[in-house]
Each structure stands twice: as structure tokens, then as C-alpha cells.
Design a protein around this ligand. Sequence first.
Ligand code: SF4
Length: 60
Amino acid sequence: MVKVDKNKCIGCGACAATCPEVFQMEDDGKAGVKSGADVKKNAKCIKEAIKNCPAEAISN
Ligand code: SF4
């Protein structure tokens, strides 16, 4: 299951821009995974988001 490590996330917003159906920016200024996100359908952009995250905060 894809997840964001909030201790590592620097809140840059790249993942939410790359894969908006899965990632969202939350009240704490960090990214989170949307509840009910379709990870199968979005597998490709999740991969992109993991690759592009400057903090290596996303794991799958
Ligand atoms: S790309 Fe990485 S550092 Fe940037 S908001 Fe997403 S999880 Fe956080």
C-alpha cells in the first residue's frame, strides 16, 4: 500500500501535482494518500511520484 512518511515529507507538493487522484496536501502541510485512492489505476503516476519525491518520502 502506497504511503507517505510524514517525518520525511518536506511538503513540496510534487506528488499531488503528479498524481492528484492519489496524493493530496493536508492541513499539516505534508502530503497524504487520499482515502479510497485507486492505486491500481494510478500505478504509473504513483511510480513517477516516488521517483520524483525529493525527500524519498513515498513508499509502495
Ligand atoms: S513529493 Fe515527497 S516531499 Fe513533496 S509533498 Fe510529496 S511526499 Fe512530500
